[in-house]
Write a protein that binds this ligand. Structure first.
Ligand SMILES: [Zn+2]
Length: 380
């Protein structure tokens, strides 16, 4: 039989073997740990491999998490693969294709660390690289690692806290039914995902005082096309209205969508008297972490994920959909510097929008650097 010539960038056998060996031939899916190798029954000279080298970014253009920026060599490199049992290799390519490349890399890292622990007989070793930033509501932020994923049930172990502490996690869990509805969400930064929490959390405290949190989450909200933003008045660099021939200039479509990000990101949470739940915490994060560019970028990402995926109930009971729902994915977020220019931070942003188009560019957002009562600002 003649083999069909493939346009898929498959891994070569020696790469697959090392990928499997680095995790001791165990599946990298959180909490699966299935051993994928053993003896071939009926043949004393052979082994049987039931694992698969799955692609983190797809081997072909129509596959999940495909990254057009990689070349063939990068796509076939060991760094682009994750070892999994067959069912889980299928899951991440079909049912679970919403799991991002960044999340798969964290799972791979965790599995490699686990294999390393077993190899070295070390018992308590987990580097920061296998953790992701997680938000529970707006008042709890921590570094955590994935423990398991079963359908809509996610389990994390808390490594360290950035906002709040173990006591706050416990009271969040104990008072779940009395919580403000607007606080019942989780954001996973590596995953670029936010979900509503549908049932009280389950907590487990280990001997080493580590907390494991199990959370039931809703289905993911689907992104909307940017044209749904409609038309808006155009704002200039300083947030002032722009006039053309004596008339207000307007924006629509993608331009209006991007302007909406800038306005909302630059609105301080609690600032609008008519709707105190609107706005973002980006100025707060800037004040605390402007000396740590990488962390600040991750925190801004958390805020943009929240504003694009978490619906909100206003004080009058009106339920409003996420204001930035046209953002499907935040591909990357960075900044050349944290220095403000005329009170604005310049972000380098790469997005995939709800209509699958890509947007890449710079975005200037207003930052309030002082806690004093606000001066008149013109950022919309
Ligand atoms: Zn598995």
């Amino acid at each position: 039989m003649e083999k069909k010539k493939s346009t898929r960038d498959e891994f070569i056998p020696s790469i697959k073997r090392v990928m499997a060996e680095r995790v001791a031939w165990r599946c990298c899916f959180p909490n699966c740990d299935k051993i994928t190798i053993g003896p071939q029954k009926g043949d004393d000279t052979k082994s049987l491999n039931l694992g698969e080298a799955a692609h983190i970014t797809a081997a072909a253009a129509d596959g999940p998490r495909y990254d057009a920026n990689l070349d063939r060599a990068q796509r076939r490199a060991i760094t682009n693969g994750i070892w999994m049992c067959r069912p889980h290799a299928r899951f991440i390519d079909t049912d679970y294709k919403e799991y991002s490349a960044a999340t798969l890399l964290i799972w791979k890292k965790q599995a490699e660390e686990m294999a390393y622990q077993h190899l070295m007989m070390q018992s308590d070793y987990r580097p920061e690289s296998s953790v992701t930033l997680i938000a529970l509501g707006t008042e709890l932020l921590f570094w955590g690692s994935w423990k398991s994923v079963i359908d809509q049930c996610w389990t994390f172990e808390v490594s360290s806290y950035l906002k709040g502490d173990a006591h706050n996690v416990r009271s969040y869990a104990d008072n779940f039914f009395n919580l403000d509805e607007n606080q019942k969400f989780i954001i996973v930064e590596s995953q670029g995902d936010a979900r509503q929490i549908t049932a009280p959390l389950e907590l487990e405290f280990s001997d080493s005082k580590k907390v494991t949190i199990t959370i039931m989450v809703s289905e993911k909200t689907l992104a909307t096309p940017p044209k749904s933003v409609g038309m808006d008045l155009k704002l200039g660099e300083d947030g002032d209205l722009v006039f053309i021939n004596g008339d207000f200039a307007t924006v629509s479509g993608v331009e209006a969508a991007i302007q909406a990000i800038s306005i909302l990101a630059g609105t301080l949470y609690g600032e609008l008297r008519t709707d105190p739940g609107a706005g973002s915490y980006i100025s707060d994060y800037y004040r605390q972490y402007h000396h740590n560019e990488a962390l600040l970028a991750r925190l801004i990402k958390i805020e943009l994920i929240r504003l694009s995926l978490v619906p909100r109930v206003k004080s009058d009971g009106e339920c409003i959909s996420p204001p930035l729902s046209f953002i499907k994915e935040i591909v990357s977020i960075g900044m050349a510097s944290t220095t403000l220019e005329r009170s604005r931070l310049t972000l380098e942003l790469s997005l995939i929008l709800g209509d699958e188009t890509r947007w890449k560019g710079t975005l200037r957002i207003f930052i309030k650097t002082t806690l004093e009562s606000p001066t008149v600002s013109t950022h919309g």
